[in-house]
Design a protein around this ligand. Structure first.
Ligand SMILES: [Zn+2]
Length: 400
């Protein structure tokens, strides 16, 4: 008599549980494709690149990136120092003090600086580094103030009030302003905005199912990633190179290679290699007459750009090592761009230098794209190149 109600209760709770489990199963089926569409799970390299890409660090404000690189260099057991401009230098001693090999990846990204605030509370800015005017409007930005980050948007005139003849026109950079949602200059100041504050693109990293990554500041956080991953693998494999390698995160590259200049004065390199984001024009409308690099075709050495011509013996050495190890290696000949290697080449009486890159689409914007396999192949090749740069080989490369 007593057991009948409890049996009904048990049956009822079983029914509820079954319904709950069916619901969970359906939700999982529904959510899985949605989760996949957001990207692939990231391994250690993917996660560190994500951290580097998301870190705010326009020229002159590289602090957050410097912290990551310093942490990783120290974590690998390196002595770490900074120069007078803020570039960070880690030293890996090999079996010989010389030759001194300088690997340089710049920490800064293109951004802007607050110029002044209008009486209405709109923020006007000055650009840091090379931007296209059409990349500036209708974007989210972060202003780094002494009171913390402030979100901003670059305003865009509504289509409804834009005359038809102006609808395909690009807004000139001097007309672009940042709206931080305040009503006056005083209110802008009260949230911490001051002239000289850094402005950085607000955009988050994503791993695409295809094996490609998108995010801001791939120029040059992909170079920073090459730097750190090469160091990690050298340490992990306990490789003792016949040289001393300087792992350098440079500042202010985007405003004129300034950090590479001062860091080289400390390192005194015998060979300079800049690790960079290359220029891929392999998209609709792109032409090899502008740049020849393609995503997914391996790393790139620059033979010529706006600021340097590669040392021919160093070029041959890279191509020989790549060939012997079946590593694909692209070349670039362009009139665009200048990288840290141009500054390293001019150190002292002149040093063999090369710009070594991962092909990158849509540089200097909120969203660049690279392919993971190119990054892996770039590190693979560095792992073959560095142990072969002994005194005899460097003397041979430096000879005329
Ligand atoms: Zn760069």
């Amino acid at each position: 008599m007593n057991r009948s109600p409890s049996l009904v209760l048990v049956a009822f709770s079983w029914l509820l549980w079954s319904l709950f489990l069916v619901r969970c199963f359906c939700l999982t089926l529904f959510l899985c494709p949605a989760l996949l569409a957001q990207g692939q799970p990231k391994d250690r390299v993917g996660r560190l690149l994500e951290e580097l890409s998301n870190a705010p660090g326009p020229s002159g404000f590289e602090g957050p990136v410097r912290e990551i690189i310093t942490r990783e260099l120290r974590g690998a057991g390196l002595e770490v120092a900074t120069d007078g401009l803020g570039s960070v230098i880690g030293v890996l001693h090999g079996s010989s003090e010389s030759p001194r090999i300088m690997l340089a990846a710049h920490m800064d990204e293109v951004g802007a600086m607050v110029r002044y605030v209008t009486p209405e509370g709109m923020v006007k800015f000055q650009l840091l580094g090379g931007w296209l005017d059409q990349a500036l409007v209708d974007q989210r930005w972060t202003i780094l103030t002494s009171k913390g980050p402030v979100m901003a948007i670059s305003g865009l005139r509504s289509v409804h009030i834009t005359p038809s003849e102006e609808r395909s026109r690009v807004t000139p950079r001097d007309d672009v302003f940042l709206d931080v949602g305040v009503r006056s200059k005083e209110e802008a100041e009260s949230v911490g905005i001051r002239p000289g504050d850094a402005v950085v693109p607000a955009s988050s990293f994503a791993a695409l199912p295809s094996g490609r990554y998108i995010g801001k500041a791939m120029d040059d956080r992909v170079g920073c990633m090459m730097l750190l991953e090469t160091l990690r693998r050298l340490k992990e494999q306990a490789i003792k190179t016949p040289n001393t390698i300087y792992f350098v995160g440079t500042v202010q590259e985007e405003v004129g290679l300034r950090g590479a200049h001062t860091a080289a004065a400390i390192v005194k390199p015998d060979v300079g290699i800049s690790l960079e984001a290359g220029i891929a024009a392999d998209h609709p409308g792109g032409k090899p007459d502008w740049a020849q690099e393609r995503l997914g075709a391996g790393p790139v050495i620059y033979l010529a750009d706006a600021a340097m011509l590669v040392n021919l013996r160093l070029r041959d050495f890279f191509q020989r090592v790549a060939g012997e190890n079946n590593t694909p290696l692209q070349t670039e000949v362009t009139t665009a761009g200048a990288e840290d290697s141009a500054e390293l080449q001019r150190y002292g009486a002149g040093k063999p230098s090369v710009n070594f890159a991962v092909a990158t689409r849509y540089l200097h914007s909120h969203n660049s794209e690279i392919e993971r396999s190119d990054l892996d192949q770039a590190v693979n090749l560095l792992m073959k190149v560095l142990p072969r740069l002994d005194a005899k080989t460097v003397a041979e490369i430096s000879r005329f």
